[in-house]
Design a protein around this ligand. Structure first.
Ligand SMILES: [Zn+2]
Length: 260
């Protein structure tokens, strides 16, 4: 009986270890067929069928690099690595492993791992994105790598808002004032909650407001000291929140009132 129990425990543990290893991301971001293309500031890995898309991504990133770095008052030495996967499923597995990839949403096509960008090829964009919006996603993820290098603990709302704003991902919105998340909700660190409260539509407008009201220089400082609004701006975080809500009301929900 004891031996049987031991054997069962050993089998269960072996299975657990095997499943864990199988389900984890491999760690190596390259696939075996990947080629390398290098520009002044980027090293892009891609499979042969994605060569044109890889060059379009590099061109877009090289064009945007200066304004992103100036906006965030950041200067990187060395090349940023970009990994372009031929299929969304390969991208999902590289980020979350086999198990995690089963739960990845369809719109999820780009991310960053520390200072590296990983994304699905614009040629395999799926139903949610266009080729052009995928190029903006490359810029968005690049901005995240810069944010990460300045402040790896940057709150999600500011991090996503800056990435969307500097990548030019302004969204049309059906939201109304009653849908605006509370100060507590925008402090979330959970990406799924962020998406559920309209973060991918609204965080852009928060940074747009911030930039127009406080200026680009303060935006660069915000990444460095996101928890000290009072010292940075002379207003506490909650005051800035209500200023943003008022901006939304006039600029997005009732723009005609601005003319009166
Ligand atoms: Zn993002």
């Amino acid at each position: 009986m004891r031996i049987k129990k031991r054997i069962t425990i050993i089998i269960v543990m072996t299975l657990f270890v095997m499943i864990t290893i199988f389900a984890l991301p491999s760690g190596d971001l390259k696939t075996k067929d990947m080629m390398l293309y290098v520009s002044d500031d980027f090293a892009v890995y891609f499979e042969p069928q994605d060569e044109k898309a890889a060059k379009d991504i590099i061109m877009t990133l090289e064009t945007k690099l200066d304004s992103v770095q100036r906006s965030l008052r950041y200067e990187k030495t060395g090349k940023t690595e970009i990994y372009i996967y031929p299929e969304q499923s390969v991208f999902h597995k590289k980020k979350y492993g086999l198990l995690g990839s089963m739960f990845a949403p369809e719109w999820y096509v780009g991310d960053h791992i520390k200072d590296k960008v990983i994304m699905t090829s614009p040629l395999s964009k799926g139903l949610v994105h266009s080729y052009e919006s995928m190029l903006k996603i490359a810029v968005h993820e690049y901005v995240h790598t810069v944010n990460y290098q300045i402040n790896p603990k940057l709150p999600l709302w500011i991090n996503e808002g800056i990435a969307m704003y500097l990548a030019g991902q302004r969204q049309t919105t059906d939201l109304s004032l009653t849908d605006i998340p509370s100060p507590d909700e925008i402090a979330t660190r959970n990406p799924l909650t962020f998406a559920a409260i309209g973060g991918y539509e609204l965080a852009y407008t928060y940074i747009e407001f911030f930039d127009q009201f406080f200026g680009r220089d303060k935006l660069g400082q915000l990444v460095r000291q996101p928890d000290d609004f009072e010292k940075l701006l002379g207003y506490c975080q909650e005051e800035v929140y209500y200023m943003w809500v008022s901006y939304l009301e006039h600029s997005y929900f009732h723009p005609e009132e601005v003319l009166l």
